[in-house]
Design a protein around this ligand. Structure first.
Ligand SMILES: Cc1cc2nc3c(=O)[nH]c(=O)nc-3n(C[C@H](O)[C@H](O)[C@H](O)COP(=O)(O)OP(=O)(O)OC[C@H]3O[C@@H](n4cnc5c(N)ncnc54)[C@H](O)[C@@H]3O)c2cc1C
Length: 483
């Protein structure tokens, strides 16, 4: 690429990034590091859903809940903590982590990497063009020499139920920015957001009822949802599986909400939070101007280039491509796409074979995710069922944490379970799942093993320290040999 190409005149940039969430920021950072000029367009807060209404506030709020639960499992420490969680302190902690919903620090970061920030709603307006409409100003059209990267994220998908609008349900937004604890809260949805929100608000003092259509966390190994349901129930929550809301009634905006359920019963609550999935934020970004369908998830190749668009210029990273609705995975896509854009701009060959620098292969084989529930749950790669369905010859190895000395010392009466799914033909791991206190920090060891395709014969030489929770590895490998 020549230097002239990396310049910009205020309206023409090498790369335009639509959405300044964590993912858009990573695209911008990598494209800038390669010397490309970058415009970043953001309609709300720089930092995105993740920084202000999702990952960061939810974990800032959940950490005290889980720390409190952890202490209650350590004799000697347990006796010292006799009160309840101080919700005001917990909310103040959250407010610090979301910088009081002030994005000036993150906006400064965009500037510090040498990118230009445009505040306003961005819409694609034909190939390589984006119109930015500020809240109070005149639309401005930007042109991209090389690429437009869509990183506009997702929004809550709300079911179309009678009375839902009048019920003013919470979504992840109020579930993470509220500074009052409702006496009663119904959480609808047993996925990741639902179980975390139920854990959080039960921990803060609400009487939570969790309604799930199927099991909890149905995409994970079945024991995960069972152990989380048990944990929530023991914490005092009412977990109802196989139940759906059919209608909502809130005649008085300041009064309670009544939910009609498909088992014929009704449930009264002070607030209801819907965590019933996500929908792509692509309905109003001008997809129709380039032959794509507004409101659809964007289908991408391994470099995050959108399929079905002429010319290699449109990329989609993060939630919007529906590969894995997780910040870390979206950021990985953003880094990859930023590097691929730079390589294409410079006319360099792409390194896009599996596990190459310009390939998002981990999206297919090694997506890690952690749920900050009590007990925590984490998994990477395939479940036994998914691996079988994908045609692998699998061996499933299960171990209970209660036999692991490091786990017992970590928490009295430690309750947890681990599973590894082995590819019999290649002698590598296809997936690993852990449930138990403190396992969130253990998961990365499994991610390294799965993404690295470390042969089990070699994994035996990765010796876990005694006495740590990580010793579960020793037990898993031993169980395999004896199994
Ligand atoms: C409650 C909750 C907790 C979560 N916890 C975790 C967690 O612990 N770990 C994890 O990995 N994932 C978590 N997730 C998922 C995570 O939040 C998303 O995967 C992540 O935010 C995706 O990042 P993104 O940059 O793609 O989108 P977003 O973070 O949604 O950012 C998109 C940005 O684009 C902007 N935008 C949208 N449309 C336009 C437009 N037309 N013009 C200009 N700007 C636009 C938006 O304003 C926003 O700032 C959680 C999700 C929820 C709901």
């Amino acid at each position: 690429m020549n230097q002239a190409q990396s310049s910009h005149d205020g309206t023409t940039y090498d790369v335009i990034v639509l959405g300044a969430g964590p993912v858009g920021q990573n695209v911008a950072d990598h494209a800038r590091a390669a010397g490309l000029s970058v415009a970043v367009v953001e309609r709300e807060l720089v930092g995105g859903e993740c920084s202000y209404w999702a990952c960061v506030p939810s974990k800032a709020l959940l950490r005290p809940v889980i720390a409190f639960a952890d202490v209650s499992r350590v004799d000697g420490a347990r006796q010292a903590v006799t009160g309840r969680l101080d919700s005001e302190g917990v909310f103040a902690r959250r407010d610090r982590y979301v910088t009081d919903w002030d994005d000036s620090g993150q906006a400064r970061w965009v500037k510090s990497i040498g990118a230009d920030l445009f505040r306003g709603h961005g819409r694609i307006d034909g190939p390589r063009r984006v119109t930015v409409t500020p809240g109070d100003g005149t639309p401005q059209t930007l042109t991209a020499r090389h690429a437009v990267a869509v990183a506009t994220g997702s929004r809550p998908a709300m079911p179309d139920l009678p009375g839902i609008e009048a019920a003013r349900p919470w979504t992840n937004r109020h579930g993470t920015d509220s500074s009052t604890v409702p006496d009663r809260l119904v959480v609808v949805g047993g996925g990741g957001v639902g179980v975390e929100m139920a854990t959080l608000w039960q921990g803060l003092g609400s009487a939570v009822t969790l309604l799930a259509r199927r099991s909890l966390l149905p995409r994970m190994e079945p024991f995960v949802g069972e152990l989380i349901a048990r944990g929530l129930t023991e914490a005092g929550a009412d977990v109802r599986i196989g139940v759906q809301v059919t209608a909502l009634r809130r005649p008085d905006a300041a009064g309670p909400v009544t939910l009609d359920l498909d088992d014929g019963s009704a449930l009264e609550t002070d607030e209801v939070l819907f965590a019933t999935g996500r929908t792509p934020a692509t309905d109003d970004i001008g997809l129709e101007t380039i032959g794509l369908t507004p409101g659809s998830w964007l289908d991408v190749d391994t470099t995050c280039l959108v399929r079905g668009v002429d010319g290699a210029w449109l990329y989609a990273c993060g939630d919007v491509n529906h590969r894995a609705l997780l910040t870390h995975q979206g950021k990985y896509q953003g880094r990859t796409a930023g590097d691929a854009i730079a390589a294409r701009a410079a006319g360099r060959p792409l390194d896009d074979d599996a596990w190459g620098d310009h390939a998002t292969t981990a999206d297919q084989h090694a997506v890690p995710q952690v749920f900050f529930t009590d007990p925590e749950a984490g998994a990477v790669g395939l479940t036994a069922e998914q691996a079988g369905r994908a045609g692998h010859r699998v061996e499933v190895v299960d171990v209970d944490f209660s036999t692991v000395q490091g786990a017992k010392l970590y928490a009295d009466g430690y309750r947890g379970h681990a599973r590894m799914v082995v590819d019999r033909d290649r002698d590598i791991l296809l997936g690993v799942t852990f449930v138990g206190p403190g396992i969130s920090e253990l998961l990365h060891s499994a991610t390294v093993a799965v993404a690295g395709e470390v042969p089990l014969k070699r994994l035996r030489h990765a010796v876990a320290c005694f006495p740590t929770v990580s010793e579960i590895w020793l037990f898993l490998l031993a169980a395999r040999h004896s199994g």
